[in-house]
Design a protein. Structure first.
Length: 583
């Protein structure tokens, strides 16, 4: 570019120097005297030469100004174009952590589309202190477009999460708040089945912050996120002050250096499907985040639990992870899921050894749940294809005080998930899980085990699928549709004390012992306003239809229960956590 400007300038200078200093004065003197015919012709020729040189000078000046204007436009550029590029780069996770935001370049709000179509072409250059070289040279206009962050020393503190107002209408009175207990929706022949419910709440607001800093050539991220779905203050939940209790959602530290990553704290389980890679960040996960239901989507495999995770990012397209997560000997009761029937002689003692959601902290555990996962993110043309394989290993141990015997059982399961951009901004996805003793990962809809009459353990088979599509039909409009299913196999034993049946799903079992649950969901998310520095405002609409089929029902009772739900929400996203599709 410098040479393109330099050579025209040299041409202009040479053209000017080619004109004799007294040329015009000589012309004036010649015309004032009585020139001869030859002199007149010579003067005319000289004038033509000067006019030709003058035209050349004008053309050179025009070319020079054009090049200067082009250079100025490239150097300054429109701020929105620069920000769009930075935002796009920030929204892509490829396993090369040098392309992720650092404290010198805080994470911009991701666009509506999180359908990354290509990985970053090359790692970002870093400065001597580990920061981004590109960030160090960023102009002030670009910095003004970055998310609102607070600098404390070398660290960047960025607000994340959103402020939420949501209303939900249900065709039967489930007795829930904003979250839906999928496994216990009422039957049509009950009083609750003849009544509707309407809730308006802000308890799903999720404020939080992230801290980013580079330390010893490693990038460290601290992440904290809350909501207000905890236990309410008694007596004033609805009648007066709506005192919803604050609750911890996520609190973890993520350390990334070269191809290695360590995560410790409470985060989404490694068994939760990813959209790309194996990282814990929301943009890398699929967890039903478009749903307004705080209990996500039926069929999704997930939990948020404390643990540690080790990830090796072999390349931009291959990542391998191993996690040790908090275990639990679960026998039902969460999210409306049915609870097993214990042997009558062991109900009291085993009731403290197994978790029915009322004694979680009293339950013993043998070892952490072990989860291994490998993810592939190849590019097919200009579209990203994500596929992953996961395995779960969990163990259970009980003690029979009547016979002084100890019983153990080893359970496990496997998952195959994929997310494929079929064409531009249109994703097909499928997440599938099946296992023995993994029911609590299905949002607690299935128990992990039953207890036989002698006190030994039998693991319950269960599985789920969640399939659908996501489409960004306009720059700020996202449509999605999911279908979720959970299947729970019956597991029956005999009670030696009574001679009756026990376990899960036996003839005459409680109607909460579900065999299969279905949930089709349709929704639209519309971003109303978005600014990279200050966040975004989004309107969302969701419709879901729930069906549950128990293993056994009372004579003449309905064989299934169903529910229509409509959620309407308005969310203000804080700068570090903007609306996203297909993260």
């Amino acid at each position: 570019m410098k040479s393109r400007i330099f050579f025209p300038l040299v041409g202009v200078a040479l053209a000017i120097l080619a004109v004799p200093p007294n040329a015009f004065s000589q012309q004036k003197e010649a015309t004032s005297s009585n020139p001869s015919g030859e002199e007149v012709q010579a003067l005319k020729a000289r004038i033509e030469v000067l006019e030709s040189q003058n035209q050349a000078i004008v053309k050179q000046n025009e070319a020079m100004m054009k090049l200067l204007n082009e250079l100025k436009a490239k150097l300054e550029g429109p701020p929105q174009a620069v920000n769009a590029s930075a935002s796009s780069a920030a929204s892509i996770s490829t396993g090369d952590f040098s392309t992720r935001p650092t404290f010198d370049q805080p994470s911009s709000p991701a666009p509506d589309s999180m359908l990354a179509t290509a990985p970053a072409s090359a790692p970002a250059a870093t400065t001597a202190n580990g920061g981004s070289a590109n960030a160090a040279s960023t102009s002030s206009s670009q910095e003004q477009e970055a998310p609102l962050s607070l600098r404390i020393g070398r660290a960047s503190v960025t607000p994340v999460g959103f402020v939420d107002f949501t209303s939900v209408f249900r065709s039967t009175n489930t007795g829930n708040g904003m979250p839906t207990s999928f496994g216990s929706i009422p039957f049509g022949n009950t009083p609750a089945g003849h009544l509707t419910e309407l809730r308006l709440s802000s308890q799903n607001s999720q404020p939080g912050l992230r801290v980013d800093v580079d330390v010893a050539n490693a990038h460290v991220t601290g992440y904290l996120l809350l909501d207000f779905l905890g236990q309410p203050a008694p007596g004033n939940l609805v009648s007066s002050t709506n005192g919803n209790g604050a609750r911890l959602r996520e609190a973890y530290v993520d350390v990334r250096k070269d191809k290695f990553e360590f995560v410790g704290g409470q985060a989404w389980s490694l068994l939760t499907p990813n959209r790309r890679g194996l990282g814990p960040e929301h943009r890398d996960l699929f967890y039903g985040e478009k749903n307004l239901d705080p209990n996500e989507q039926l069929g999704l495999v997930w939990q948020r639990a404390s643990g540690v995770r080790f990830i090796y990012n072999a390349s931009d397209s291959v990542a391998i992870g191993l996690a040790l997560e908090n275990p639990d000997q679960y026998i039902g009761g969460s999210g409306g899921g049915g609870t097993i029937v214990l042997p009558s002689a062991l109900a009291a003692t085993y009731g403290t050894e197994l978790d029915n959601t009322s004694n979680s902290l009293a339950v013993p555990n043998l070892h952490p749940d072990i989860i291994a996962k490998i993810a592939f993110d190849p590019m097919i043309g200009d579209r990203l294809f994500h596929i992953e394989f996961a395995g779960l290993d969990s163990s259970f141990k009980v003690f029979n005080p009547l016979t002084k015997e100890t019983f153990t059982a080893n359970g496990g399961g496997g998952a195959i998930n994929f997310n494929f951009e079929l064409f531009k901004h249109f994703h097909l996805l499928s997440n599938n899980f099946y296992g023995d003793g993994g029911g609590r990962y299905l949002f607690g809809q299935a128990p992990d085990l039953i207890v036989r009459g002698d006190g030994s353990i039998s693991l319950v088979h269960s599985g789920s699928t969640l399939d659908g599509f996501e489409a960004q039909v306009a720059p700020k409009t996202v449509l999605y549709s999911y279908y979720g299913l959970v299947y729970i196999q019956r597991d029956i034993a005999h009670d030696p004390a009574t001679g009756g049946l026990i376990g899960y799903g036996f003839p005459g079992s409680p109607s909460s012992n579900n065999r299969v649950l279905h949930e089709p969901t349709f929704g639209i998310n519309q971003t109303i306003w978005r600014d990279a520095k200050y966040g975004a405002l989004q309107f969302a609409l969701q419709y879901s239809y729930l069906i549950r089929h128990p293993w056994a029902v009372a004579p003449a009772a309905p064989t299934s229960a169903n529910l229509n739900m409509v959620y309407v929400g308005l969310r203000y996203f804080l700068p570090g956590e903007a609306p996203k599709l297909g993260k």
